[in-house]
Design a protein around this ligand. Structure first.
Ligand code: MG
Length: 185
């Protein structure tokens, strides 16, 4: 097999397109981020939450989790998985944990705040996560609800760290360096 290099721009576009195709907008995720972070920053602007989600969506770990998870959801909807996986994914079986594992792996790049926030969202499904979690005939979001939680948790953690950077009056250049570091992985 030839060593194929898929351009990151292509992966970024595919990940965003898949989210929209599955009914999840950047704004939907930003609303969760706002709810999570407003207790820590009274003057938090919704635009900051949107920007944070956009930044997180540039991260490869997250993009790959979207690609894998949504693909499995779609294949399950089309009944194209092999049994017993088909039944397990389609019914969102309670003891099946691979959906959480993939999403959990994707938050690790944003540190312990992202990890604990992901756990919180996994238990208390808010906003669009709650909507995705509702069972509807012919619709499978077994992986997507966890992936959205991982994007929201990562974006909330990123905001928390940036808030500290602002408190410490880091220059824009210093903040950019931190951002570039965050995109590795
Ligand atoms: Mg799930």
């Amino acid at each position: 097999m030839a060593d194929v290099h898929v351009h990151s721009r292509e992966v970024t576009m595919a990940a965003k397109r898949l989210l929209l195709e599955r009914g999840v907008s950047v704004e939907d995720i930003a609303k969760i981020v706002y709810e999570l972070q407003i207790p820590y920053k009274a003057d938090l602007k919704f635009e900051e939450c949107i920007r944070s989600v956009e930044r997180v969506l540039l991260k490869r770990e997250i993009q790959h989790a979207i690609l894998v998870g949504v693909e499995l959801d779609k294949l399950a909807e089309q009944k194209k998985l092999s049994e017993p996986l088909q039944s397990i994914v389609e019914s969102d079986e309670g003891l099946f944990g691979v959906d959480e594992t993939i999403a959990f792996g994707a938050v690790l790049g944003y540190g312990s705040i992202a990890v604990t926030t992901f756990g919180h969202l996994d238990k208390n499904k808010i906003g669009v996560i709650h909507e995705l979690d509702k069972k509807r005939e012919g619709v499978v979001h077994t992986f997507l609800d966890d992936i959205v939680a991982s994007i929201a948790a990562s974006a909330a953690s990123r905001l928390a760290h940036r808030l500290r950077d602002e408190e410490e009056s880091l220059t824009e250049r210093e903040k950019d360096i931190q951002e570039e570091e965050e995109l590795i992985g």
